[in-house]
Design a protein around this ligand. Sequence first.
Ligand code: HDC
Length: 896
Amino acid sequence: MSQLSFKGHTVVVTGAGGGLGKSYCLLFASRGANVVVNDFNAAAAQKVVDEIVSAGGKAVVNTSSVTDGEAVIKTALDNFGTVTILINNAGILRDRGFKNMTDKEWDQVTEVHLHGAFACTKAAWPIFRKQKFGRVINTTSAAGIYGNFGQTNYSAAKMGLIGFTKTLAREGAKYNIRSTAIAPVAASAMTETIMTPDMLKHLSPEYVAPFVAAVSHPDGPDASGKVYEVGAGFIAELRWERSDGAIFKTDASFTPSAVKAKWSEVTDFSTPYYPQAVTDVDSVGKLEIAKGLPPNPQAAQEVRYDGQTIIITGAGAGLGRAYALMYGRLGANVVINDLNATAANTVVDEVVKVGGKAVAAICSAEEGEKIVAIALEKFGAVHVLIANAGILRDKSFQAMTKAEWDIVLAVHLRGTYKCAKAVWPVFQKQKYGRLLTTCSQVGIYGNFGQANYATAKAGIIGLTKSLAIEGKKYNIIANVLAPSAGTAMTSTVWPQEMVDAFKPDFVAPVVGYLTSKDNTETSGAVFEVSGGWAAQTRWQRTGGYGFPHSSVYTPEDVVAKWDEITKYDERATHPIVSGEAMQTIFANIGNEAPKAKLNPDAFADPEDSKLVADAKKEVHDPFTYDFTERDVILYNLGVGATEQELQWTFENDENFAALPTFGVVPQFPCSTGIPLDWLPDYNPAKLLHGEQYLNIKAPIPTSGSLVSEARLLEVLDKGKAAAVTIIVETKDKTTGEVIFENQSTVFIRGAGGFGGKRSGKDRGAASAANSPPKRQPDAVVEEKTTTSQAALYRLSGDWNPLHILPEFAAIGGFDKPILHGLCSMGVAAKNVLKTYGPYKDIKVRFAGVVYPGETIVTEMWKEGNKVIFQAKVKERNSIALAAAAVTLVQDGKAKL
Ligand SMILES: CCCCCCC[C@@H](O)CC(=O)SCCNC(=O)CCNC(=O)[C@H](O)C(C)(C)COP(=O)(O)OP(=O)(O)OC[C@H]1O[C@@H](n2cnc3c(N)ncnc32)[C@H](O)[C@@H]1OP(=O)(O)O
């Protein structure tokens, strides 16, 4: 494809004085974009601008804080009149174990990552909407996706940005504004300590930037609302995967003990589902099923809370109240936190009535220390924290005020942090703690009009996963619940009958099991729960694509490999911890393509037209062909070897071998992978195989891994047709030894007349005319092909429909499907081998078609160490292979 240009685009990159940000700036500028280089460090930003300007690009510095998004975007408007792409890249780290983390360290990280991204995006948003184009790239991290030790603040912020991205994607869709989250892996202080400098160079930001450019381009792939891990040339997409879950009867038998009895069903991913939005669950249907079930079976040992103290924030009503009553019934001491004193005190009385003990903690959920102090004073310990308090301030992103953003993040995310922080030392000291935080499907999938809420709720997932990791050795278990229930909060957005049907009581038992001492295994997990249904939600990651490290991949390469990057097939995985995810990325460091021996300059030709010269410059990915003896046998059968010839058809024969012309097979996908659609009037149905040259440079293995690299060698303009020759070198993947060289010429009827040269260079044996001597042939062998010959030969990798589909053959001008040229060659070459012994190279011209079922007559003339041959179709007395020859192996020792 042609180069993706960013001419006319203005890209704002935050935190661009070095590392990833700088790399983005250089790439966008090199492709014609105007760039705003934002960084606190004026000197660093200026250096990037200087580098761009001296290379002929356009860039300006901005040194504003990202929290002053207006000022950042204003620089773009003042200098370039608009902004089209915003890359929220600025970030800081304040790593610290949770116990010692200060509020300041928490706040600084959320300030830059979350409030910074909000402010810059908010300032760019109206411009994006007005011009009906915008791209937002938010920078997340594996620490946010999977959690990480010592990074609760960073994990929360980074996961928050995923919720933010997913919501922006929904809100921006109708204005052609796309938002994508990427988790880049690039060399950092952390990786420097565990990797050699040689490995680090493969983790350079240049292995991330082309991906960002590709998904930012107007013609780039649509990655809106999606999450990617990118590093070391490896790219994979992530999505949420949900278990089918378990359904419980919603009556008095729905207890934590019932949940315990069915827990393996909740976490069973054998029939997974891939929700896209909050609405992707049939809650009503599930509730109906729940109602019709028999009473729930209970676990043999009842889940109880006698003597345990539970703190519940926002417990004056709704879910919090339902949890409080459940814990009370099971013998717990419950601390009822709420801002509303009357509500809290009422719930205290209710808990006492059902058999528990309770105390009210009347304060904001952000006052974690105060709540914990009340718990300790009254009950002497805390065993469980349920961070449940929450508010809504829904508004479209365009209309959302900073105050609305701030308060929702403060109550949900900071409030959860503060309460967790306050109980943490208690939990650590007693080496026991159960923490349940409250997320929402909005935080998981994003939702229109809830950018603040989605960000806060997603942030809670990141925080909780990190807490689960840090808490492990202290027997602290932390999970996240995304409940749906009719409450005062949901009543503002749900119809009344839904509010009535989805009782908070139908969520509480799941909370009761997860926070019990009976749960010793499940930690760091996310659950969706509503109306008697409970399911687990986890990340699924595509097998991804790793670009080889022979050169840095390009945005165009990303476009070309998009299907592989985003394909969720059997290679997809479910990483739980960042280490697992990183492994694949680090593994790609070893993905070294064989050093390019095919020097592109060697094929440059002053007589080439610009069209051809440009096409020759394209670099193509190497192709790895993994094969077994089965592939060898299949090929041998495809060119007519029989069960009588066990050396070719039985893998345990002591002389088992591939026929020499098998050498065309490993390279075939590589040579045919070179695009030819740049030729004017290119029609693949009009393509015929014209000539083939194969040079066998080493013994042919019968299984293994071979890597082929292809380049355009020659393009000739035959007037009515184009003749294109491709050269391919095939090496053993392990040893690097060259096994084959192939030169394939295709003849594309109707694609000539583009102004190229007519005659090619002398390529020695590869282009020799090989005219048969005037005498009668020295040997003649006849072989009848079968009518299924092409159908069989296809299985060796040439899937061209010309050989099987009558309709396609008709477009190519044939009455019926024709035989593969390489199949006719294989048949004739096998008969040359049987007559004269092994050879080291072979060249043929496909002069006329053969139909499956026809008889191939091979006529041979031995001339020194060469055998010149031609092949005719007996039934039509027409030439099929001309100008053909092999060079015999002198010592005759090669293994057949
Ligand atoms: C890289 C990927 C590689 C592999 C992809 C392959 C995919 C496969 O699935 C496709 C196939 O297997 S197709 C089946 C095998 N091929 C055939 O059956 C083609 C048979 N040949 C023909 O029909 C004609 O020769 C025909 C049509 C080719 C030419 O006939 P005419 O149009 O009559 O040509 P003519 O007037 O004789 O000559 C014009 C100029 O072209 C040169 N030329 C002729 N035959 C050629 C050939 N086979 N290969 C290359 N060049 C050829 C002539 O020399 C002449 O050049 P100039 O005018 O400069 O003298």
